[in-house]
Design a protein around this ligand. Structure first.
Ligand code: CTP
Length: 403
């Protein structure tokens, strides 16, 4: 899966002959799993039709500040377009548009959108060779780079003028590769290995019954997604969970019992950089598992339980270079208990959930946490979606773990 999967990409098309290739660019972005919208300069419509690009992008294409619909004129909000985008890719970018971008000119919708954009901007110049080498163009390109924009260098080849040389817009495949590579290289956890546990464990009583808990696994799955979005290679060791995950950087290892989770976690721990144990591991398991289904005998049933291995504590004992994060689910003396666990299990951070907080805990889409570090600095967060809690947890990790 591409790093562009699920991202919003705004493609800006300007009036160069290479505009005919934008149909392929849109297709590649869509295939990479991105959501695509297109904004065009009015003159670019002579080279490729808005109908082609709206059909491929599955979104209306805008090129003017107003659209006439029946008797009404609708304002095309360039600010909304710019804020929607995670990435703005201007391809082809003509000498004229580049010059206007470098100087803040704002005489069409594409340029107004560029000036409103807060996201990362890529541009792929396309022009004849002498125009590309002209001092003005060279200065404009330097200026645009100094503003934080990324240039996808033009390639050499036959140009529309019949001349041969540099200035041809990069091939659509190369545009995609350039963007993916640049995004990846800027990610803070690029190449790092992150180990995450999620979900409950099930401890067998007999072939059909088990002891379990209400954990859905959602928090751990959100942590795995966030780690992958930050560029990490993630191993997600999950107990029985209905959550789904599909990301090129996430390897899912399914387990059932605490013992299986213990073994799987130890297999990956040595080489990982960050380990986050969010699983609700059963603390007790039946001392023996009946090989056949236990029959009713008209009296009660007593099951003897023994303690499972504490996976987190065992990682704390073996810790070398790893940054170790645990969770604590508490009902009383929350802060004191969490701090106790943090030190006892040799953790770098502990994420405290209190069951006394509404909106926190099992099977909820939200969570409310307090994060405590090894120096006992506490950061209390508002109630948030588990997606945003995962973001907060990684922000706190990255503040303390220099990767
Ligand atoms: N944990 C673990 N292995 C276990 C039990 C818990 O790895 N057998 C981990 C959980 O994934 C979590 C942390 O330990 O990150 C805290 O779990 P919790 O059940 O709150 O605490 P316990 O250590 O079991 O302590 P207590 O029973 O005193 O609450």
């Amino acid at each position: 899966m591409s790093v562009l999967s699920g991202k919003n990409i705004l493609l800006g098309v300007t009036a160069g002959i290479a505009a005919y290739k934008t149909a392929f660019i849109v297709r590649l972005f869509i295939k990479a799993g991105a959501h695509v919208k297109v904004v065009m300069t009015p003159a670019s419509k002579d080279f490729v039709t808005p109908l082609t690009l709206s059909t491929l992008s599955k979104n209306p294409v805008h090129s003017t500040f107003y659209t006439k619909e029946d008797e009404n004129e609708l304002w095309n909000n360039h600010v909304d377009l710019a804020l929607w985008a995670d990435y703005f890719v201007i391809a082809p970018a003509t000498a004229n548009t580049l010059s206007k971008m470098a100087n803040g000119t704002c005489d069409n919708l594409l340029l107004a959108t560029y000036l409103s954009a807060k996201c990362k901007v890529f541009f792929a110049p396309a022009m004849d060779l002498d125009m590309y080498l002209h001092k003005t163009t060279v200065e404009n390109l330097k200026k645009l780079a100094s503003y934080g924009n990324s240039m996808i260098p033009a390639e050499s080849g036959e140009l529309a003028s019949g001349l041969h040389g540099e200035g041809r817009m990069a091939d659509p495949e190369n545009i995609l590769l350039f963007i993916e590579k640049e995004i990846l290289s800027g990610l803070p956890l690029k190449g790092k290995k992150v180990l995450i546990t999620a979900g409950p464990t099930h401890e067998a009583i007999d072939p059909v019954r088990f002891i379990g808990n209400h954990s859905s696994g959602k928090m751990g799955f959100e942590l795995a997604k966030e780690a992958a979005n930050l560029g990490a290679n993630v191993t997600l060791v999950s107990g029985p969970s209905n959550e789904n995950i599909n990301h090129a950087f996430i390897q899912r290892v399914d387990v059932i019992s605490a013992e299986q989770m213990y073994k799987a976690v130890h297999q990956y721990y040595k080489n990982c950089d960050i380990a986050i144990l969010s699983a609700a591991v059963a603390d007790f398991k039946p001392s023996s598992v009946a090989s056949n289904k236990i029959k009713k005998k008209g009296v009660g049933l007593t099951i003897e339980l023994t303690q499972t291995k504490d996976i987190l504590a065992s990682l704390g004992r073996e810790k070398k270079h790893q940054f170790l994060v645990g969770f604590a689910l508490e009902t009383t003396n929350e802060l004191e208990n969490a701090k106790g666990k943090l030190h006892r299990k040799n953790l770098d951070l502990i994420v405290l959930n209190s069951l006394n907080d509404k909106g926190a805990g099992f099977k909820k889409a939200t969570n409310k946490v307090t994060i405590i570090d090894a120096e006992e600095n506490c950061t209390e967060f508002e109630m948030k979606s588990k997606t945003d809690v995962a973001k907060d947890i990684f922000t706190e990790i990255l503040k303390r773990h220099h990767v």
